[in-house]
Design a protein around this ligand. Structure first.
Ligand code: FE2
Length: 327
């Protein structure tokens, strides 16, 4: 393994990816070096060599100690992702791991999978993987002892499209449940529809998607094509339901008919698309952008109340507010 060293022989911050000690399942992780970051001098030091077995006792000691955060090298991060993906089914079902920790693990896996799959040209494989993730999301989000606003705190809030769709997916499942959709099969479809809702963005230039400041009319016209692009890519598939396709096609439509791409209104908008619309805007406002920090949820609700009051299905929006304000 080689890390890029600076002139003083110290590895750089960009050479490492932080992971939580909770992500380590004893006896399964091997072949990967684990590092800690020294708080005093900010240097990364080898904590566990790849050939040293990991025991439950060791993980417990780590969680109680001062090094709760571990690092893997960016070089080995893919290997770490593979380890998580191979073990996620078991970890999600493991009652001995607190639900919030299982959620953090799942979130890591979902982001990893979506980051890879959303840019893949093999749509069949991507959708199969997305469905597998949807299954885990519903399994975990539906556990009654988890508070939605607590789960939000565990999420990453960066500006990557895969982070956005992963978060929107958790939000949609929570919200759909609250709106009375309780059958696991339906919820799994909602989760997958949400993961696919911005698929069309993969064909739009990153320079436009992350542009700081106001978009030109031309750029905004390009952005507005993404629901149609995503819908056209998926519409011939027989493994997606009408509701899922509408999440992709209608998530930017507004109840008052001012949205896009078609400007349909009211009941012409599918209920799942209305759920996706609320989750989508809330996620976008509360996540960091390259040019601004994410808002707290009260500020996000203030903007959604004042500037978007007629955009959303009132009942769906009120359910979301109630859910997020529960402690
Ligand atoms: Fe979108």
């Amino acid at each position: 393994m080689s890390l890029t060293m600076n002139s003083k022989g110290v590895a750089r911050r960009s050479d490492f990816v932080a992971i939580s000690a909770a992500m380590i399942v004893p006896t399964r992780l091997c072949g990967i070096s684990l590092y800690v970051c020294d708080q005093e001098d900010g240097q990364y030091r080898l904590f566990r060599a790849p050939n040293v077995p990991i025991t439950l006792e060791w993980v417990e000691r780590l969680e109680q100690g001062r090094h709760r955060k571990l690092f893997v090298s960016t070089h080995e991060h893919q290997e770490f992702q593979r380890y998580l993906q191979e073990n996620i089914k078991e970890m999600v079902a493991d009652e001995s791991i607190p639900t919030t920790q299982r959620f953090a693990l799942l979130n890591e896996v979902v982001r990893g999978v979506l980051g890879k799959e959303l840019n893949s040209s093999d749509l069949d494989a991507s959708i199969a993987k997305t469905e597998e993730m949807g299954h885990h999301v519903v399994e975990l989000v539906c556990r009654s002892n988890v508070i939605s606003s607590e789960l939000c705190k565990l999420l990453y809030h960066d500006f990557h499209t895969f982070t956005h769709v992963a978060n929107v997916s958790y939000y949609c499942v929570m919200l759909a449940k609250e709106c009375g959709i309780t059958a696991p099969d339906e919820l799994r479809k909602v989760a997958v529809g949400a993961m696919l809702h911005d698929l069309g963005k993969s064909e739009i230039s990153g320079a436009i998607l992350t542009k700081p400041g106001k978009l030109t009319d031309h750029e905004f016209r390009i952005i507005k094509t993404h629901p149609t692009i995503g819908f056209l890519r998926l519409s011939k598939r027989t493994d997606l339901s009408f509701g899922q396709l509408m999440m992709v096609y209608q998530h930017h439509e507004h109840l008052d008919g001012t949205g896009y791409p078609v400007q349909v209104s009211g009941s012409e908008i599918h209920p799942w698309a209305r759920i996706c619309a609320v989750a989508d805007v809330f996620e976008a406002l509360t996540s960091n952008r390259p040019y601004r920090a994410g808002m707290n949820k009260d500020d996000a609700f203030r903007i959604m109340d004042r500037q978007m009051g007629t955009f959303f299905d009132v009942e769906v929006y009120e359910q979301w507010k109630t859910l997020m304000q529960k402690h």
